[in-house]
Design a protein around this ligand. Sequence first.
Ligand SMILES: Nc1ncnc2c1ncn2[C@@H]1O[C@H](COP(=O)(O)OP(=O)(O)O)[C@@H](O)[C@H]1O
Ligand SMILES: [Mg+2]
Length: 446
Amino acid sequence: MMAVPSSRTPLVAPLGAPLVAMVGGGQLARMTHQAAIALGQNLRVLATSADESAAQVTPNVVIGSHTDIDDLRRVAAGAQVLTFDHEHVPNELLEKLVAEGVNVAPPPQALVHAQNKLVMRQKLAALGAPVPRYTGIERLDDLRCLDAFAGQVDAPLVVKAVRGGYDGRGVRMARNVADARDIARDYLTNGVAVLVEERVALRRELSALVARSPFGQGAAWPVVQTVQRDGICVQVIAPAPELTGDSAAAAQQLALRLAAELGVVGVLAVELFETTDGTLLVNELAMRPHNSGHWTMDGSRTSQFEQHLRAVLDYPLGDTGAIVPVTVMANVLGAAAPPAMSLDERLHHLFARMPDAKVHLYGKAERPGRKVGHLNFLGADGTDLQQLRERAELAAHWLSHAQWTDGWDPHAAGDDAPGARPPKREVPPPAPEGGSDVEERRMGSA
Ligand SMILES: Nc1ncnc2c1ncn2[C@@H]1O[C@H](COP(=O)(O)OP(=O)(O)O)[C@@H](O)[C@H]1O
Ligand SMILES: [Mg+2]
């Protein structure tokens, strides 16, 4: 018998509405919940604690661990489908759930290619996808292969832990072969296999985001450019500027083909390197909503979160077209030291200066480099992309640091500045009574 799900509230779902279970209570689950609300669906999340990003806002929460089969059973009980906001559930547990009749999407035999960078790379190569030259090292004894590989590629090396990494954690740039060997030895000694690959001469990074349903329908969003700093995505430009129609179509076709060949159900992100000579190489895959698709929340007819739900429930997929010529997404990353000004007050000032900013905050505590939210800026016909990117960067930096890097001072700005002089609020506002606080804000930013 499966355990009865224990959640914070009774599981009252609207009659006939599907129940989707998602493993992980991070921002991706939180934003999937937003989409589920609009579709009249019920999302249940497996979170490790009640203060996780999605657990804060989703009434249907199972608190537990993604490595505990009973917790996984509890979140899956009665759901039409079990899906993920991260790829860290051990594959053998997913196989077990499938054997017990749980509909897991993407299925474990697909998901394994997003869980282990070496398995992923080998499969991509077998499917004929262009990839950086690489070698896998699974045991300390095999470290000597590294010299032969380094001799062959004659390029700087990158050493990656095959599992457990994200946002550049687990990815190390080696200065030379000896350095690569030391890094690899560190991982291997801790029982983590490594992928060693050539450091690609990058022009830029791209992402091809698609969705696939069990019925076999596929849908591709415009290919985007992702801008990374220290291995973390800081900005996304949709569509990727100056990418030829042929290259964009080839990247979309490749992503759709990989989704079909791997049997992906849901959203698939294909991270791509564009080399200095214009070649596209596949870096890695993610089988869930992805940071490179956050722009779709405001810039596309169908957001990646809605599409993921539609795909895992085998609904017809939505229109992936962009609704404006260009969208810029900027991540809000926690500052080295959180500013004294509250995030809410920073938001207030941001809106006063930039009324068109579309803000998505995750309810996460600010820690250095941590993704705590993102912003979307939509550009109309004739928009100067450079200016739009600068505004996105200014806004994201303001939200994380409470500093306008261009020196803008809201209190000094003249009356002609749009949204000048927001009210000064040094203390948190009182609990709203009769809407007076709302009114004060409205007046202040008029
Ligand atoms: N072979 C490579 N050549 C050049 N840059 C790389 C290479 N591999 C990774 N990087 C850089 O590091 C970032 C993170 O690497 P990735 O493999 O995508 O790990 P993560 O799982 O942390 O996203 C990439 O987006 C890219 O900027
Ligand atoms: Mg990556």
